[in-house]
Design a binder for this molecule. Structure first.
Ligand code: ADP
Ligand code: MG
Length: 545
């Protein structure tokens, strides 16, 4: 009996697994070369011709225009990692690919996928336990260590050149929005950190402000731009004539009537401005437009007004100034106003809105061009997340492959006690972890095998923090060397990679309503058995990876 449509396709068992595993591996291989401080960047050109230059795993995958379903599942690993930890996306994806590669070897030895899945699951659980055992505890006031965490996250990224300055800003920013909960744990509210970018100056001139930065001009040249202890009014209503008045049809029989009409319009605007002035406001940030005549009246009253303020800026200004957003300008409650010091940076055409007990800080990132600032922003975003995660989770690990080699060693010991074929899967999991130091070595132009041999020897010798110094090629105590990563991000990377690998391994049947086939396109994109049509976008990038 035929139940599938004419165009649909079906792949079963080994074919299906092979197809899926190749697709997932192709994704992993696409990002591997960016891993670590010596990883290279990728240039991604969208179908619209927009160019992104980045080293960030999740950005690469999101921009790559992947439409193979399995490959998309791996992209989700990166996205989950980004959401949960903010960093470690390349690690998570590379690991998922390696797990599948090693799983494929087991499948070829006729080990059933369920045994592999079970073994991977056991290994992942055990690895999390060991991570907790190996982690060093850190307190929010250990700023020295937190700066190292930020620097480790920035190495290899656009942010690296100014990493000392930026790490300082990041740690200060996070500390500025950290509160201690009743149970002694620390809560970091990243919502209160705003990132603003400015092109034109160098990244080294980036700064942290206690408050907001608003990239807008005053609506009138005669308005004051520097105000201390200013009363701030925020509104999401236009300071314009009410719409009904504008649209209403007008029957005019004499010039007097026209004049009367215009007078009444003027009167209305004047009334709105009077209401604003009467509330005591020195500054108005308006989310909508401000009528020309109202601009003029506001200037006359010495009130600073800014129109078309971004909604997100209004929201942030609420936190910074303590104001609430007024939506009825005819009836302003004076308690809705907030307070701040306002100053103007004429060169950059920015307003600084600062407050003594402002709840919120702004990282003003600078860079010479748009591309530089964009990549800086991604790097800083990751570092902020990582420091925030570290403060709230309170545990760090030695990086540079140290944690992975130690976990691999402990997992091999653990495997000895695991019954049946699952044992082989636990061992395969351990081997997969060692991909990280191998790739770090590879990307640094070092011999991956030699490096791994040295690292294993150091760990066998009890050196838990032995990792790779990618700059010298030596095995060093990476914790001492300041290469430190948050434990939470590593745990997350391990579990999302494992989950994705297991998800792919569970599939034994692919039924596609449309075209799945890669026949005849095998060599496109360089990925055998499964990527051709699915990752068309990669074809042109093959040479770069
Ligand atoms: P991810 O997207 O996974 O965060 P990265 O490109 O940021 O990828 O690389 C992270 C890896 O680089 C981690 O394993 C980290 O320990 C390692 N690393 C970072 N800085 C150094 C360093 N100075 N020396 C050695 N390894 C480093
Ligand atoms: Mg990183």
């Amino acid at each position: 009996m035929i139940i599938l449509g004419e165009d649909s396709q079906r792949m079963k068992d080994k074919d299906a697994q092979g197809h899926n595993i190749s697709a997932a591996r192709a994704v992993a291989e696409a990002v591997r070369s960016t891993l670590g401080p010596k990883g290279m960047d990728k240039m991604l050109v969208s179908s619209m011709g927009d160019v992104t230059v980045t080293n960030d795993g999740v950005t690469i995958l999101q921009e790559m225009d992947i439409d193979n379903p399995t490959a998309s599942m791996i992209v989700e690993v990166a996205e989950t990692q980004e959401d949960e930890a903010g960093d470690g996306t390349t690690t998570a994806v590379a690991l998922a690919g390696e797990l599948l590669k090693n799983a494929e070897d087991l499948l070829e030895q006729d080990i059933h996928p369920t045994a592999v899945i079970k073994g991977f699951h056991l290994a992942s659980e055990k690895a999390r336990e060991e991570i907790d055992d190996l982690a060093t505890r850190v307190e929010p006031d250990d700023e020295e260590l937190l700066r190292k965490v930020a620097e480790t996250s920035m190495t290899g990224k656009g942010a690296e050149l100014n990493k000392e300055l930026l790490a300082n800003l990041i740690v200060d920013a996070v500390n500025g929005v950290t509160v201690e909960a009743d149970d002694g744990s620390h809560v970091v509210d990243l919502e209160y950190i705003n990132i603003e970018t400015q092109t034109g100056r160098s990244a080294g001139e980036s700064e942290l402000l206690n408050g907001a930065v608003i990239d807008k001009d005053p609506v009138h040249d005669d308005m004051p731009t520097d105000l201390e202890d200013a009363r701030v009014l925020l509104t999401n209503e236009p300071i314009e004539l009410d719409e009904t008045d504008v649209d209403a049809e007008l029957q005019l029989d004499s010039p007097d009537q026209l004049q009367a009409f215009l007078d009444s319009e003027e009167e209305q605007l004047r009334a709105k401005v009077d209401a604003i002035a009467d509330s005591g406001a020195d500054v108005v940030f308006c989310q909508k437009g401000i009528d020309d005549m109202a601009q003029h009246y506001l200037a006359k009253k010495g009130i600073l007004a800014v129109r078309r303020t971004k909604k997100s800026d209004i929201k942030f200004l609420k936190e910074v100034t303590g104001a609430s957003v007024v939506s009825d300008l005819d009836d302003i409650d004076a308690t809705a106003l907030g307070t701040a010091d306002i100053s103007r940076d004429d060169a950059d055409e920015l307003f600084y809105v600062e407050g003594d007990d402002a709840h919120g800080v702004t990282l003003l990132l600078r860079g010479s061009t748009e591309h530089v600032v964009d990549e800086l922003e991604r790097g800083i975003g990751d570092a902020l997340d990582v420091v925030a995660t570290t403060v709230s989770d309170g545990r760090v690990l030695a990086g540079g492959g140290a944690i992975e080699v130690e976990l691999a060693k402990r997992l091999r010991d653990y495997a000895d006690g695991v019954e049946g074929r699952e044992q082989l899967a636990v061992e395969a999991f351990a081997d997969s972890l060692e991909l990280i130091p191998r790739v770090l070595a590879d990307n640094s132009g070092l011999d991956a095998i030699d490096t791994l041999v040295d690292l294993r020897a150091a760990h066998a010798d009890g050196q838990e923090h032995a990792g790779l110094d990618v700059f010298t090629g030596d095995v060093v105590d990476t914790y001492e060397a300041g290469v430190v990563e948050p434990a939470h991000a590593k745990e997350q990377a391990l579990s999302s990679a494992t989950e994705a690998a297991n998800l792919v391994l569970k599939i034994d049947d692919i039924i596609a309503a449309g075209d799945l086939s890669t026949e005849g396109e095998e060599d496109e994109g360089g990925a055998p058995g499964g990527m051709g049509g699915g990752m068309g976008g990669m074809g042109g990038m093959g040479g770069m990876m």
